[in-house]
Design a protein around this ligand. Structure first.
Ligand code: SAH
Ligand code: SF4
Length: 388
């Protein structure tokens, strides 16, 4: 397994070695983690076990977070052995490397099925992106956000994003997507129901270019793990057919659109995908999404110094979103730097003025706190860097 893809930009300081704790899954085994209730039911039927065994197995996988069949204590040993003999194992994704930021954020490399790794980020207290949706109100609660990957690498090629430098390596399966969440919750000893978790599908990859597996993972997380879809947000660079499918879903997370520019001209320069789907088409697709009471669409806007952070750009954003006439908020993200990238960060005053200008136009705007920049865990920095 090769995890250290590259590290072009290496701030001085400590070096980390790469430790692989779990052997990659052997193709001789089939993984249970990731199967939905119906699929598990077929398995238990195949073993001639009574129906109630399916619920026990699903609970062991998705509520108790077992790591081996031996731990499925509600099943008799003979049944566990039959399942193992049929070639099944649990296959809960394992965290193989941890990077901890001074701000408490943790970035994980998690082993995917074929020996690849994916990145997942744990942000205690979130990053402020949840502001304006009411979820920040309950401060008496332990709450945290997990940033989840949907692909290894990304094909979309946004010019300011480090993940884009990997290209696309492959899609993740539903089990690998949901498994990131469970692996991290288990490490954090998080109690679903008693503590509040938010999920953002904003890690590596474009979620809507892996639509079926993403939504299968969402359903597992909602129905089996027990995290409400209203605490999940999917961020897309604006894949219109994906947004239109999303609009039809009965169970769906909240939606964030990476706008990142006030017009198609600037957006095409930094997000070449704009040549395929223009901002107006994206907004038209977003309009099809039936919103829940109080739900807002988030428009994310990465501030790139001198490229899209002028006050005239803010005014244009206001005109754009007011014309869209949707319940929405703007989340401003200060660009997180990466090596050899032709951008620079906007200074604090520019960010404050930009935010102020958007608010003055009557549009709610928040600045996301950068989390874990020192460990390459912040937005757009996920490229499996292992040396810091
Ligand atoms: N592919 C999806 C989700 C992952 S990127 C998407 O693009 O929406 C999550 C967010 O990080 C997006 O809003 C993206 O615009 C932003 N982003 C990418 N690179 C960044 C960087 N270097 N600094 C700050 N934000 C970045
Ligand atoms: Fe892919 Fe999102 Fe990065 Fe663009 S910003 S390259 S869509 S991960």
């Amino acid at each position: 397994m090769k995890v250290a893809l590259c590290c072009l930009y290496m701030p001085p300081g400590r070096k980390n070695s790469v430790t692989i704790l779990d052997a990659p899954a052997s193709p001789a085994f089939q993984t249970l983690f990731g199967l939905n209730f119906q699929q598990l039911a077929q398995l238990t039927q195949g073993l001639s076990a009574p129906n109630y065994r399916t619920r026990q197995l699903a609970d062991a996988l998705y509520r108790q977070w077992v790591e081996s069949l031996d731990e499925v204590s509600t099943w008799p040993r003979s049944l566990r052995e039959s399942l193992a003999a049929a070639g099944y194992r649990v296959g809960l994704p394992q965290i193989v490397e941890v990077f901890r930021s001074v701000d408490g954020t943790e970035r994980y490399l998690i082993a995917a099925g074929d020996g690849q790794t994916v990145e997942t980020v744990w942000m205690p207290e979130g990053d402020g992106g949840e502001q304006g949706d009411g979820s920040e109100a309950q401060n008496d609660f332990r709450r945290a956000t997990i940033c989840v990957s949907s692909q290894i690498g990304c094909a979309v090629n946004c010019q300011f994003c480090l993940t884009a430098k990997l290209g696309i390596l492959r899609n993740l399966t539903a089990g690998e997507i949901a498994g990131q969440v469970v692996a991290v919750l288990k490490r954090q000893r998080f109690a679903i129901g008693r503590q509040r978790i938010n999920l953002v599908f904003m890690g590596m990859g474009e979620p809507f270019l892996n639509y079926d597996e993403l939504m299968a993972a969402v359903r597992l997380l909602v129905e089996e793990v027990g995290i409400p879809e209203s605490r999940m947000t999917v961020s897309t660079s604006g894949i219109v057919p994906g947004i239109l499918r999303f609009a039809q879903e009965k169970v769906r997370p909240k939606l964030a659109i990476s706008l990142n520019a006030p017009n198609d001209g600037i957006r095409s320069e930094i997000m070449p995908i704009t040549r395929k789907w223009k901002i107006a088409e994206i907004i038209e697709a977003v309009r099809q999404v039936p919103l829940r009471p109080k739900e807002k669409i988030t428009f994310e806007y990465v501030l790139l110094g001198g490229r899209n952070d002028r006050l005239s750009d803010a005014d244009e954003v206001v005109r754009l979103v007011r014309k869209a006439n949707l319940p929405l908020k703007v989340n401003l993200i200060v660009w997180n730097p990466g090596p050899e990238m032709p951008f620079h960060m906007s200074d604090a005053e520019t960010v404050a003025q930009f935010q102020q200008r958007i608010r003055a136009g009557g549009v709610p705007a928040y600045v996301r706190r950068p989390r874990g920049r020192d460990i390459y865990a912040a937005c757009g920095q996920l490229k499996r860097t292992v040396e810091l």
